[in-house]
Design a protein around this ligand. Structure first.
Ligand SMILES: Nc1nc2c(ncn2[C@@H]2O[C@H](COP(=O)(O)OP(=O)(O)O)[C@@H](O)[C@H]2O)c(=O)[nH]1
Ligand SMILES: [Mg+2]
Length: 310
């Protein structure tokens, strides 16, 4: 374990890959490894979330962003999560093809998260992977997710800046709005702005922004055409403006504090869960179909505490 952390410190990319595999597999020594990794990291990367429906152009956008960020001399890691195609490997392949040009660049690391195990596990593993990339020393960590479900919203909780990618005439705005994804977006991206219906989508988004904005800062709406490399500079500028907001304003600080609190308590919950589960296995707790779940839960918790757990 120590060896792995050392190798990460020496910028051994295979050690980074190995560390991410450990969190994917929920390796028993995962937490030791993570605390070792974080003990050595000093800075904080900018975490950028790119979310939106399948086919909205997220991977294409990420690909363009990588090039843009690299031109600024910054390094970038990309974690791609696509639970909609768990076994086909299609998403992975598509991402690979689009991001291929960056494969030989040392300043770029691209990783698709495996989707085995539960969705909750995937969210946890993704968040750990993001932090591992941060600790490794990347300046920017981009997470690409398909904007569906609780697990995805969960991932976005640790991201600094979330960009929601939409396309004209796709009709997904209402669905996105209903799913509560609108609220987590710090930026709206209208990609495929070369297609018809851009004005209509922008108008609709403007109305929604007016309705849902909590403060005087209105959520920016940026038009991009990734196939023509248009609007990427503007998007990156807005992403950075949001980063400044987070780090330089009181409201931004407050949001960062809240996010960190949530994250810490989630980790505490996970730790307790691990211990209680191990205790239940050790003491051969057996739960029957007709057991009173409340009583059983209380019994197990009490026994665990008495054992010295709590
Ligand atoms: N017309 C047009 N097509 C685009 C644009 N951006 C991406 N696409 C195409 O949309 C399809 C899906 O892109 P992809 O990046 O894989 O979307 P993802 O599923 O959101 O990651 C691909 O065929 C892209 O070439 C754009 O700005 N305009
Ligand atoms: Mg994609």
């Amino acid at each position: 374990m120590q060896h792995l952390v050392e190798r990460m410190k020496q910028n051994d990319i295979r050690a980074l890959a190995r560390a991410i595999t450990m969190v994917e597999n929920d390796h028993p020594e995962k937490l030791d490894m993570l605390s070792g990794v974080f003990a050595t990291s000093q800075k904080h990367a900018h975490y950028v979330g790119i979310t939106g429906s399948p086919g909205a152009g997220k991977s294409s956008l990420v690909n363009r962003l990588i090039t843009h960020v690299r031109h600024e001399g910054k390094t970038v890691a990309v974690i791609a999560v696509d639970p909609t195609s768990p076994f086909s490997g299609g998403a992975l392949l598509g991402d690979r093809v689009r991001m291929n040009e960056h494969f030989t660049d040392d300043g770029v690391y691209i990783r698709s998260m495996a989707t085995r195990g539960s969705l909750g596990g995937l969210a946890r593993a993704t968040k750990d992977a993001v932090r591992i990339c941060d600790a490794y020393g990347f300046d920017v960590v981009i997470v690409e997710t398909v904007g569906v479900g609780q697990s995805e919203l969960d991932i976005m909780k640790i991201v600094d800046t979330t960009a929601l990618v939409m396309t004209p005439n796709s009709g997904d705005v209402l669905q996105i709005f209903k799913a509560g994804i609108m609220e987590i977006a710090d930026l709206f991206v209208i990609n495929k702005a070369d297609l018809d219906g851009v004005g209509k989508l922008k108008g609709l988004l403007k109305e929604l922004v007016m309705m849902t904005s909590k403060n005087d800062q209105l959520t920016p709406i940026i038009k991009t055409i990734t196939t023509e490399n248009k609007g990427i500079d503007k998007l990156w500028e807005k992403i950075n403006e949001h980063h400044d907001y987070l780090y330089r304003t009181e409201a931004g600080q407050k949001r960062r504090k809240q996010q960190q609190e949530q994250e810490v308590y989630e980790l505490v919950r996970e730790e307790i869960w691990r211990e209680v589960k191990a205790f239940a296995e050790k003491t051969n707790v057996d739960i029957q179909a007709d057991d009173d779940p409340y009583r059983r839960a209380q019994e197990i918790f009490k026994d665990w505490k008495q054992e010295g757990g709590g």
